[in-house]
Design a protein around this ligand. Structure first.
Ligand code: SD4
Length: 344
């Protein structure tokens, strides 16, 4: 009897191992059969929210003249970073609860190289500092004072990023000082979301993914993060694998919304790995949103999450936890804003 029991145990264990080795094989980079082939000569760029349209235009200037995807995504996201009217990215971003504008940004190229900055103050183009971290240091992520020091040493200009508009909102918030880290949920946050594509209020973190004419991919993500957050709070955007991930063999993904939830499931990496296993970009984004929802079924009451993804075939998609999320696409064939489908 005990022999039979150990035999049963052994065969159960072996089949479990066999099953898991099959799964592992599916992830193996050598298993190229499943990987989509890059579409060459057809550059494309996609980015989060309606304001992605203007950012895409900046990226398109680089892409349609044969430029590199990395240069395109940097040029693209610098547009909202420099826009004082955009209160969620770069200059003009809403400050933390101490009145300090702190930026998070990351960038990733076709060789899997990456760089990021977290809690960076007084530098408008956090994305360019992230790129400098990638290209000029042996590191991936620099944070806080160290990131600022590095930026200044590399010629970036120190400037005040707090605009009168964002300062006034912060002062208004101070009256109650209610620490309620919710975002992007209608009637529950510092602003409301109008889900009409084209409405400029509909925006937040910018995440951008591009494929150039050579078929190479890069991505960028930049934000001032959650408004009136604790000083030092870092979201998903500078965390490689969470707010952004690009694998030039498969595709890329980027996230917007409640960064804590995205970090918990390493969301963008998850989306890319699901595409590696054969899901379309939209299916993979949906699966990541479902994972968050599964782990916290009350989630939709408090916050928004949105993912976008682009694969090597130039197919793209997005998906959100709740309605109101949009993404912008620019290619030789189209220039369009799509409303993403959502779980709720
Ligand atoms: C963060 N994910 O800091 C960013 C903010 C954001 O929609 O995307 N808001 O958590």
């Amino acid at each position: 009897m005990s022999d039979r029991r150990s035999f049963l145990k052994f065969s159960l264990l072996s089949s479990a191992l066999l099953a898991s080795s099959k799964t592992l094989l599916a992830y193996h980079p050598a298993n190229k059969a499943k990987l989509p082939t890059a579409v060459k000569d057809q550059p494309i760029v996609i980015s989060t929210w309606d304001f992605g349209r203007e950012a895409n235009a900046g990226a398109w200037n680089v892409l349609h003249t044969g430029g590199r995807a990395l240069d395109a995504v940097e040029a693209g996201v610098k547009i909202p970073e420099a826009d004082p009217e955009n209160q969620t990215v770069g200059y003009g971003g809403r400050p933390d609860r101490d009145g300090r504008v702190t930026l998070d940004a990351s960038i990733m190229d076709e060789n899997g190289r990456c760089g990021s900055v977290a809690c960076l103050e007084n530098i408008m183009h956090a994305i360019s500092v992230a790129r400098a971290v990638m290209e000029k240091t042996p590191h991936v992520l620099l944070a806080g004072d160290g990131a600022l020091q590095f930026a200044l040493e590399h010629g970036f200009k120190k400037e005040n990023l707090l605009t009168p508009k964002s300062e006034a909102e912060w002062k208004e918030w101070l009256k109650e000082s209610k620490y309620q880290p919710v975002m992007n949920v209608e009637n529950k946050t510092h602003r409301s979301i109008d889900d009409t594509p084209g409405n400029s209020r509909n925006h937040d973190t910018i995440g951008m993914l591009a494929m150039d004419a050579k078929g190479d991919m890069s991505g960028a993500c930049t934000t001032s993060g959650m408004a009136f957050k604790m000083h030092g709070r870092v979201g998903d955007s500078p965390i490689i694998g969470a707010g952004l991930f690009v694998d030039n063999e498969v595709g890329g993904a980027t996230a917007t919304g409640m960064g804590e939830e995205v970090i918990k499931i390493v969301g963008s990496h998850l989306v890319v790995e699901l595409m590696r296993q054969g899901m379309t970009p939209e299916q993979a984004c949906r699966a990541a949103v479902e994972r968050i929802n599964h782990k916290n079924p009350e989630a939709y009451k408090n916050f928004q999450i949105g993912f976008i993804a682009l694969n090597k075939k130039g197919q793209y998609g997005g998906f959100a936890l709740q309605k109101g999320f949009s993404f912008a696409v620019r290619s030789g064939k189209e220039e369009k804003i799509y409303t993403a489908k959502s779980l709720y």
